[in-house]
Design a protein around this ligand. Structure first.
Ligand SMILES: Cc1ncc(COP(=O)(O)O)c(C=O)c1O
Length: 473
């Protein structure tokens, strides 16, 4: 019996979506079961047919039901693995969900803990298929033509709205749509750092920033980021002595360590930037990908000086292959940066931009992200538990509140991370070595482990192999 609450904060369509989702995931509605016709259900519940159609659309986008031509809508034969794991991570034992998760428990010959993205079975395939079809039906050839270099206007508006909800006062005109966050960083660097100029970053830092500095022949200088945060006194001296052109950093869930810059350090950093008129490029690619609501306001949200540029995108947390990111700059810089973008690639593909706009506007992107976050949290906990089981007392590691990585330190009187990697690869597991996140090759005894790519039993097996490798070194 479906009961809907007209006074609840959730809309009727969301309640109906949740009702069917739980019925399907709990096994109460089995594979192949037909859903009631929308008109009949709307009459029975005394609600509009649109609410039912919207709920069915969302279920189809989530891959929980399929439409069979002229016969109606049916529960899918195979549940998306992402949903099954999400139900288990909620703590309830759900037989239907568990049976789907256990199907994936074969151990690959190489368990790669070095990757930096979500697994392909977490991608919102159905939602994207429907968004692309809707865009082509609606916009026809316009979806396949050139877009303005600045980006598809409705997408720029949707991004500005999303940033508003995170406390950032951004206008659509300040949003430049880019080919992923990587291009956003590159464009900002090209626009603000002259040839042979000085780029400042933290140590460790994002590996892609090191690549940009090297390929563009820039001098990369660093300030250490330890357990206590960034060395701000050292930073001030460095700024006075070297006068860098730009400071790039990730403030939330630093890749590789998962660290979050404290509120006090954020404010102090902004004061330094204003004092020395140092532009900051804040990389917020993991903002919002939070497991414990640990996120703090971004520097961009706190900034009053206009010195903070903000780069982010949708790759790390949803769909890397669409290559959609964005750069938020200032009215003074915007046209200069757009010209650099125009020279680089004319525009970001319009079809992808339009489909992403659909996903954002319909709320499907956020709904999907919510499920992905739950599943990733479940996987993070599984990797932490495996580390505890094998390496407790010998290795130490971080417990990241968001992002995709755990940063592990191995004893400095044993093998280095490079030596361990050689042995580990022989035993069928790999990881990213700490030194690759440092322009100075620091962190020789650190490893970055990704936890998003495998189901918990595979992660456990990966750590078992890694520990065996370490013992054998
Ligand atoms: C910190 C950071 N910034 C930017 C990127 C690039 O993201 P995109 O795929 O959107 O270009 C990555 C990808 O690994 C990242 O980790």
């Amino acid at each position: 019996m479906i009961t809907l609450n007209r006074d609840a904060p959730e809309t009727l369509y969301q309640q109906l979506f949740n009702y069917f989702k739980e019925q399907i995931l709990s096994g109460a509605m089995k594979a192949g079961k037909r859903l009631p016709a929308s008109r009949a259900l709307a009459d029975e519940l005394d609600i509009s047919r649109t609410s039912v159609v919207n709920a069915y659309d969302a279920l189809e986008s989530a891959g929980l039901i399929v439409s069979r031509e002229r016969r109606g809508l049916f529960v899918v034969d195979k549940l998306p693995i992402l949903y099954a794991e999400w139900m288990l991570s909620d703590g309830d034992f759900i037989p239907a969900a568990a049976s789907h998760v256990s199907e994936s428990q074969e151990f690959p010959s190489l368990i790669s803990l070095s990757v930096g993205s979500l697994p392909v079975d977490f991608m919102p395939v159905e939602a994207m298929r429907r968004a692309l079809n809707a865009v082509l039906d609606r916009d026809a050839g316009a979806a396949l033509g050139y877009e303005p270099t600045e980006g598809y206007k409705p997408l720029r508006r949707a991004i500005a709205d999303q940033l508003h909800s995170r406390g950032m006062n951004v206008k659509a005109d300040e949003v430049l749509v880019t080919g992923g966050c990587q291009q956003a960083i590159d464009l900002a660097v090209q626009s603000l750092v002259p040839p042979n100029g000085i780029l400042l970053t933290t140590d460790p830092t994002y590996i892609g920033l090191i690549d940009i500095a090297r390929t563009r022949n820039l001098e990369l200088i660093t300030i250490p980021w330890s357990d206590q945060g960034i060395d701000l006194a050292g930073l001030e001296t460095l700024i006075q002595e070297r006068r860098p052109h730009l400071f790039y950093l990730m403030t939330t869930f630093l890749n590789p360590t998962g660290a979050v810059l404290s509120m006090q350090q954020r404010r102090h950093l902004l004061t330094l930037a204003a004092t020395y008129q140092l532009p900051i490029l804040e990389d917020g690619v993991y903002d919002g990908f939070d497991y414990e609501d640990a996120g703090l306001p971004s520097l961009r949200a706190l900034d009053e000086s206009g010195l903070v540029l903000y780069a982010s995108g949708f790759s790390k947390t949803v769909v890397p292959g669409t290559r959609i990111g964005y750069l938020i700059s200032s009215p003074q810089l915007y046209s200069r940066i757009s010209r650099v973008k125009q020279a680089a690639d004319v525009c970001t593909p319009g079809l992808n931009q339009r489909a992403m706009t659909e996903l954002l506007r319909s709320g499907q992107l956020n709904a999907h992200l919510e499920v992905v976050r739950h599943a990733c949290k479940h996987r993070r906990d599984a990797l932490l538990a495996a580390l505890q089981r094998y390496a407790s007392g010998t290795w130490t590691w971080t417990t990241p509140m968001g992002g995709l990585y755990i940063w592990v330190e191995i004893p400095s009187n044993g093998p280095t991370a490079v030596e361990l990697l050689q042995k580990a690869a022989d035993l069928g597991v790999d990881f990213a070595i700490g030194a690759s996140f440092s322009p100075n090759a620091n962190w020789p005894y650190h490893l970055r482990l990704n936890f998003s790519s495998y189901a918990p039993p595979v992660l456990e097996e990966g750590i078992r192999r890694l520990w065996t490798a370490w013992l054998a070194c």
